[in-house]
Design a binder for this molecule. Sequence first.
Ligand SMILES: Cc1cc2nc3c(=O)[nH]c(=O)nc-3n(C[C@H](O)[C@H](O)[C@H](O)COP(=O)(O)O)c2cc1C
Length: 420
Amino acid sequence: MSATAVFGSTGLVGSQILSTLLSTPKNTTTIQTISRRAPSSSGAKLQATIEPDTSLWASKLAALSPAPSTVFSALGTTRQAAGGIANQWKIDHDLNVELAKAAKRQVGTRTFVFISSAGSSGVIANRLPYTQMKQGVEKAIEDLGFEQSIILRPGLILGDREVPHQGGPLLIGVVRALGRWIGQGAQDRWGQEADVIARAAVHAARIAEEGKAPAKHWVLECADIVRLGRNEPTIIGPATGPEPPYPYRMEGKVISGFGRGSKELGIPTANLPVDESVSWISDIPSGVYFGWASLALPSSHPDFLGHQFELYPMVMSIGYNPFYKNTVRSAEVHVLQKFKADFYGCQMRLLITGFIREEKDYNGLEALIADIEFDCEVARRSLQRVGWAPNEKVEGGKLDYGWLLRRLDEEEEQEGEKKA
Ligand SMILES: Cc1cc2nc3c(=O)[nH]c(=O)nc-3n(C[C@H](O)[C@H](O)[C@H](O)COP(=O)(O)O)c2cc1C
């Protein structure tokens, strides 16, 4: 991320966004804040503007140098602190909208990230002033047409506020107890820790900057926030390379699946027949795996590169796709490369080098897409290390990939020799 501005930098989530940005050196060049009082973090990259008069914030934002290409707003107050809903509206709604407008129209900000709230859509939400306020800001941001807008909708924000909400500590206690008694999953559905939300916001902005956001207006619900924000591994296994029982090998001709991958998800997948007689495939857990694919494209294919097998990094799902409730176990490969045409019927070999996560069910397509994008990132990062890469792809790569590129006629010869 280049120059970045943060609003709400003295609040619970905003202060964590600021410290996350400051502690991740490659993230930003300059981090600017505009706030009523000084933020508690400090750092060489921080340019803090203290301005008690919030009506001047939009013009101060417009005057920032360098102009921030990413703006985070975690700006919000409580009804109690503001002295009533009308005053809260002026900050939570009006000021946020004013800042978003200034960012888009005067600064030319590319990415606007807004910390909203769970339940800001739906029938009940439409009637509650608090969610109407958040909805209004979300809509204004979407209408402004940023190149990228990111909305986070956390549940109850867990963390210690300087000035607690009325009843807040009690509610937070209940949600944390859910985590202890029922499990982390139960807690995650109702509330998220402020630092997790902050890390999710920064992570989402980085994914967007790399051009990998699943939508131009990307809405992250509680589950996405937890995944992006918690320290789920973004790289798998040791630097030295895959560990036993990996790598697994799989081979077959690409067959068609239900076709939803390309159409609904925008993530094309190539299916391979699952031969349950191969012992490892029936024994391994369903889930998301990654590794290398080699593909024998015909010479007539627009992506044919002149030799029989070509290597590509891949991410794949083995299982029943609970989101689509498949009844048959499938193996679906997403090759991390854009192809100009499909390749049904082509021979594909897979060297599966590791496991990323279990397969999950989702409330909506967007969450599934966000998770797959995240899987792709994990796979890419993991495979870039020399211990995991063939030297065809990464200089000094140490992975034994001979089998992936072996010509089909060589293979037939070997089979023949074995039989003889
Ligand atoms: C990397 C990756 C991860 C996936 N994770 C899940 C998952 O957690 N849950 C799920 O229901 N489907 C998951 N899928 C499967 C998609 O739902 C699947 O690609 C989609 O059903 C399209 O299949 P189709 O082309 O056969 O219609 C994943 C697919 C890939 C490539």
